[in-house]
Design a protein around this ligand. Structure first.
Ligand code: S3P
Length: 427
């Protein structure tokens, strides 16, 4: 596909619903008791895979094309699926669902696409086994298809997380809700806290003090009415586009601003980007942001900031190609086990366009500022790499060709339409 380029960007975009929250809204709606209504659900491939997985487990879920309506069945009401559940590209669906299914006495097998079937699952299998679940990967490996069940009631554990991961933390929390006793989790670094927030929202009890989480077991949750805010990880593409394409001004409506997710704003402001906040919606934790093009300088991204920008690192790497100086991203080994090895795919594809970028063992080193040029690039079937390359292509004077553009449908099906609307030509 030929990517879009532009002289400048201008206009207002409504940011699509948050993927992490949309997944969890289906999960909590299913395991709670009573009715849940979800407003502003994300109808993208990953979240539809979560929705269909719970339908396969016997949960009545109805999409009236405006809202999603779930008749929650409680943990005890989940039923065996007729066959293997395929969750496509979605790591969040597989890992969190393993935590939910760890407490069921019937067996379920979860599989994925070629990318997901190569992603590590020991990180969730190990703590779930400690709680008493039987979890086995393909041919006794840690890789999917993964089969899960339990023979006895799960038991609470104390778990020191070896990696900073919201997916692992959430899988343990879902299992802990069904366990006997109080589970204690100590995070390595604070990661996104949507699961903790939604346990409270659905009437559950949880205590969080910095990196320590205490969750009593045998809890019953109650269905709710909720609205999914816009996804800052999707907004990130426009924040960077607005900052690097000269003479641009973009307004982003409904950007979710959960502090465990806003690292991209901290990084961009540190680099000198012009981002203004207007119309803050306190109740839904969202705001309208206005980004304008600006002179940027290099920075270092490391340590506790990494989990707060983990999905934004490919687009931050592009931003760094347009900043004066050397930007260093470190402590980001987790990038190697995302939908692709994003250290390699980011470096490899941006190099093709002329970027001065080197992959390291735990991140990237980018020297700016460089002029990006025409190339034939690939998304490697990774939605965030595909979208990052479209933003890079905005700066190329000549055509950039993208292989596998359809990958973007995992999180943002109308991304190219929104870019086309923003991209303007000088008359
Ligand atoms: C997610 C957590 C992150 C993130 C992923 C979504 C979530 O993964 O990269 O896109 O919704 O919990 P890890 O927890 O594995 O870092």
């Amino acid at each position: 596909m030929k990517l879009i380029n532009a002289d400048y960007l201008q206009g207002t975009v409504e940011i699509p619903p948050d993927k992490s929250i949309a997944h969890r809204s289906i999960m909590f709606g299913a395991i709670a008791e009573g009715q849940t209504t979800i407003h502003n659900f994300l109808r993208a491939e990953d979240c539809l895979n979560t929705l269909q997985a719970f339908q396969a487990l016997g949960v009545p879920i109805y999409d009236d094309k405006k809202n999603i309506r779930i008749t929650g069945v409680g943990f005890a009401g989940l039923k065996p699926a007729n066959s293997i559940i395929n969750v496509g590209n979605s790591g969040t669906t597989m890992r969190l669902l393993l935590g939910i299914l760890a407490g069921t006495t019937f067996e379920t097998t979860l599989s994925g696409d070629a990318s997901l079937n190569q992603r590590p699952m020991a990180r969730v299998m190990d703590p779930l086994k400690q709680m008493g679940a039987e979890v086995t990967g393909n041919n006794h490996s840690e890789f999917p298809p993964v089969t899960v069940k339990t023979n006895a009631k799960l038991q609470a554990i104390e778990y020191h997380m070896p990696i900073a991961s919201a997916q692992v933390k959430s899988a343990i929390l879902f299992a802990a809700l069904q366990a006997e006793g109080v589970t204690k989790i100590i995070e390595k670094e604070v990661s996104r806290n949507h699961t903790e927030e939604m346990i409270t929202q659905f009437g559950g009890k949880i205590q969080v003090k910095q990196k320590t989480i205490m969750l009593p077991g045998s809890q019953r949750l109650k269905g709710q009415e909720l609205r999914v805010p816009g996804d800052i990880s999707s907004a990130a593409f426009f924040l960077v586009a607005g900052a690097i394409v000269p003479n641009s001004k973009i307004t982003l409506k409904n950007v979710g601003l959960n502090p465990t997710r806003t690292g991209i704003i901290d990084v961009m402001q540190e680099m000198g980007a012009d981002i203004q906040f207007t119309q803050t919606d306190q109740k839904n934790g969202a705001a309208t942001l206005i980004v304008k093009s600006s002179e940027l300088k290099a920075t270092t991204i490391e340590g506790s900031l990494i989990p707060r920008v983990i999905d934004e690192l490919p687009i931050i790497a592009l931003l760094a190609t347009q900043a004066e100086g050397t930007t260093v991203i470190k402590d980001a080994q987790e990038l190697k086990v995302k939908e692709t090895n994003r250290i390699d795919t980011t470096a490899q594809e941006l190099k093709k366009m002329g970027a001065n970028i080197a992959a390291t063992d735990d991140g990237l080193v980018i020297k700016g500022k460089t002029t990006l040029h025409t190339a034939k690039v690939s998304s490697h079937n990774d939605h965030r790499i595909g979208m990052m390359l479209q933003i890079a292509a905005l700066l190329s004077r000549r055509d950039v060709e993208l292989e596998n553009p359809e990958a973007i449908a995992v999180s943002y099906p109308h991304f190219f339409q929104d870019i086309k609307y923003l991209a303007k030509r000088k008359c």
